[in-house]
Ligand binder design. Structure first.
Ligand code: URA
Length: 238
């Protein structure tokens, strides 16, 4: 890794603004390899150099990986003029890493959303060529039947004429309101809702429960998030 400005490294790790770090350095609060560094524009290698801020050793890392249980009412974007975004749910320490959502869930969709600043991983998970499976739990108005499941297996034609890839539909309850789990291998706009519309049914609740091999931690309440464990990370990194 190339050397970087000390203040840039510390801003990235959530230690405050550039101005605050400049002041802290001037006051003698920052040590690099046991030497007081009063000029925060000095260059360091955060992977090698031992940096101590306010008596605490800095744990450097380049990337963060968060699992969010997205609630309804927030949009899957990093910023928006009018709406709250998923980033607004994350504390400033993590925001300092400039994470972004890996793909999109609709404003009214809940569930698993990965937030990271690792562009390479995001690209791998979103590449249309990779066909990463995404599983959703849905409540659907009307009786979902095995006829629908068969149609989903061969692919359905969406309102714009696009024929979907084969998908898997597991019906867990059928009736006036049916409950299903559907796994799709692509990510067209409003795909699950439009697939049901293609068979004359309406999705009234949608929640993503799995992406690739990574399952939503059901212990996370809506709006809560946590870092992925090392094991979880290996499930989605190839
Ligand atoms: N399909 C949809 O219709 N909406 C989502 O948010 C995700 C998949």
């Amino acid at each position: 890794m190339k050397k970087q400005r000390l203040d840039k490294v510390l801003v990235h790790l959530g230690f405050g603004s550039r101005k605050e770090i400049k002041k802290l350095a001037k006051e003698g609060g920052i040590l690099v390899n046991n030497k007081v560094i009063t000029d925060s524009s000095e260059h360091v290698n955060p992977e090698i150099d031992e940096i101590i801020v306010g008596g605490k050793q800095v744990q450097y890392r380049e990337f963060i990986y968060l699992m969010l249980n997205k609630p309804t009412g927030v949009i899957s974007a990093t910023e928006d003029q009018r709406e709250d975004t998923v980033i607004d749910l994350i504390n400033p320490d993590f925001q300092a890493f400039q994470p972004f959502p890996v793909g999109r869930l609709d404003k009214d969709t809940e569930g698993l959303l990965i937030l990271t600043n690792d562009g390479k991983l995001a690209h791998q998970l979103l590449s249309p060529k990779k066909h990463i499976p995404k599983t959703y739990y849905a409540k659907v108005k009307g009786e979902v039947t095995e006829v629908d499941a068969k149609q989903f297996k061969t692919g359905v034609i969406l309102d714009d004429g696009y024929q979907t890839l084969p998908s898997e539909l597991v019906i867990t309850e059928t009736g006036a309101i049916s409950q299903v789990e559907i796994t799709i291998y692509e990510g067209k706009y409003h795909q699950v809702k439009r697939m049901f519309l293609a068979v004359g049914k309406e999705v009234i609740y949608l929640k993503r429960i799995k992406m690739g091999l990574l399952a939503l931690d059901e212990g996370l309440a809506l709006g809560e998030y946590r870092e992925l464990t090392a094991d979880e990370l290996t499930l989605i990194k190839h």
